[in-house]
Design a protein around this ligand. Structure first.
Ligand code: I3S
Length: 130
């Protein structure tokens, strides 16, 4: 027989490589600094992992991928296409948390960013229902 799935299970999950920069940290403006991250969405938490290329020599890529660099709680957050003046890059999403942090998320492949947009919207909605 199949395992039972609890009614409130958060099955939304997505992983991928994205470019990200944290523009605002708890209300304080940061210098823009894009870096590539292994990105994981699970249970309403978005986690950016360390750039595999920035790992100290001797550290395996696998290792650097599992070290979370930033975790973003999606409850109460908003996500949408970033205004053009925020970046000259294409396919840029702007994610704002309820704690006053702002991130830009980007990938050159439009469908990749569209998929992340959808799943982030769904996850935020789900968090707001709980
Ligand atoms: O919004 P800005 O300041 O024009 O962002 C660009 C700069 O952060 C630039 O770095 P330096 O100021 O250190 O040269 C980055 O290399 C660019 O990628 C930033 O702009 P985009 O439009 O790519 O987000």
């Amino acid at each position: 027989h199949s395992p039972e799935i609890p009614q409130n299970a958060h099955v939304l999950e997505k992983t991928g490589i994205l470019n990200k920069t944290k523009l605002v940290d708890h209300g304080k403006k940061n210098r823009k600094n894009w870096s590539q991250s292994w990105t994981v969405l699970h249970d309403g938490i978005l986690t950016f992992h360390k750039d595999p290329k920035s790992a100290p020599s001797g550290t395996s890529n696998k290792m650097s991928q599992i070290i979370p660099e930033i975790t973003v709680e999606l409850r109460g957050a908003t996500v949408g296409w970033a205004p053009k003046d925020k970046s000259s890059k294409k396919n840029v999403l702007e994610l704002k948390t309820r704690h006053g942090c702002e991130y830009l998320i980007q990938n050159d492949t439009e469908s990749t960013v569209c998929d992340w947009h959808k799943v982030l919207l769904d996850s935020i909605r789900q968090q707001d229902l709980d």
